[in-house]
Design a protein around this ligand. Structure first.
Ligand code: AMP
Ligand code: TRP
Length: 335
């Protein structure tokens, strides 16, 4: 049986945090051997809101190094920077020319983001077309994303279907969004009713960033919002959301069952013990990742080599697919 093809992207903006790691990256690492995986640092998507050029450059390399440090293995998956494979930008133009404007104006992320800005960039509207190209250039079957991106993957399906019906049935594979179970969602430590997010990761006490120092991690957990009770159990009750989140993080980090996690805290004297232990486990998990990250960032030649290798593998798939698209649409390929 052929292995399913997986494509996912992550934006190099904001600080990568424990929610990204537990909800996304850790699963990517675990699934590397079973499927054919493409992981992309989507710097072109980053440009859809204003960026400082030096920041964007640094964050793109830093995120790629962090993904490698988390365990993405360039011998098992293809990790690359989106702008290194020019087929992505080109495919988005071609797909723009078959995508009705109304489809894009309906996207809830566009409506939310544009409502917050005075001047809305064309790229922000076009964002899901670029994303559709990312996915369908690789014939991806599965697209692991958070639930906020489900609508964009559905749009990618619509765009792929439209291309197929205009030019050639079954040319593009129709991708499926793969949404992690709700339990995989890490909530903000400062507000356990809202998910931990990159855009709020700079706010003190909101997130554990993967590069936080042990002291900072202890401090953030210590300040985590809980309730006035003391029982350390999984619970769906809204007032228990804080404790539930801390236990959920502990469970995800240790790989233990719910019962085992609760048993670990049966003797605890209160939430202080829980916070301390979760901080310890987090620090233990992040220490080797941080080490590997710093080693890669200190060796730019090696990082560049790995990224060049990833881009070359990606190009080998994306470029021929793009050329077929061009031909079908009536463009003349150069000799
Ligand atoms: P983002 O930070 O929105 O660019 O998301 C990158 C990846 O991390 C996506 O697959 C998200 O579903 C995942 N992710 C982001 N925030 C969380 C969170 N708080 N808990 C679990 N997964 C998350
Ligand atoms: N839009 C996605 C996000 O913000 C990132 C992304 C870009 C992506 N291209 C993709 C995700 C292709 C999956 C597949 O999370």
């Amino acid at each position: 049986m052929t292995k399913p093809i997986v494509f996912s992207g992550i934006q190099p903006t904001g600080n990568i945090h424990l929610g990204n790691y537990l909800g996304a990256v850790k699963n990517w690492v675990a699934g590397q051997a079973q499927k054919i995986n493409y992981f992309c640092v989507v710097d072109l998507h980053g440009l859809t809101v204003p960026q400082d050029p030096n920041d964007l450059r640094f964050q793109t390399r830093s995120l790629a190094a962090m993904l490698l440090a988390c365990g993405l293995d360039p011998n098992q998956c293809t990790l690359f920077i989106q702008s290194h494979v020019t087929a992505h930008a080109e495919a988005s133009w071609l797909l723009n020319c078959i995508t009705p404007l109304g489809w894009l104006q309906r996207m809830t992320q566009f409506k939310d983001k544009s409502a917050k800005q005075e001047s809305v960039l064309t790229g922000l509207l076009d964002y899901p077309v670029l994303m559709a190209g990312d996915i369908i250039l690789y014939d991806a079957n599965e697209v692991p994303v958070g639930d906020d991106q489900k609508q964009h993957v559905e749009l990618a399906r619509d765009i792929a279907q439209r291309f197929n019906s205009l030019y050639e049935e079954e040319f593009f594979i129709i991708p499926e969004p793969v949404i992690p179970e709700i339990g995989a969602r890490v909530m903000g430590l400062d507000d356990p009713t809202a998910k931990m997010s990159k855009s709020s990761a700079h706010i003190r006490g909101h997130a554990i960033r993967l590069l936080d120092e042990p002291k900072e991690i202890e401090r953030s957990f210590k300040r985590a919002v809980t309730d006035s009770g003391n029982e350390i159990q999984f619970s769906d009750a809204p007032e228990k959301a804080g404790v539930n989140n801390l236990l959920g993080i502990y469970k995800a980090l240790t790989g233990k069952s719910k019962a085992e996690c609760e048993a670990d805290f049966a003797q605890a004297r209160g939430y202080g013990d829980l916070k301390k232990r979760v901080a310890e486990v987090t620090i233990e998990t992040l220490a080797p990742i941080q080490n590997r990250y710093h080693r890669l960032m200190d060796d730019p030649t090696e990082l560049d080599r790995l990224l060049a290798q990833g881009a070359e593998q990606a190009r080998a798939i994306a470029t021929p697919k793009l050329d077929r698209m061009k031909e079908m649409m009536g463009l003349v390929l150069p000799n």
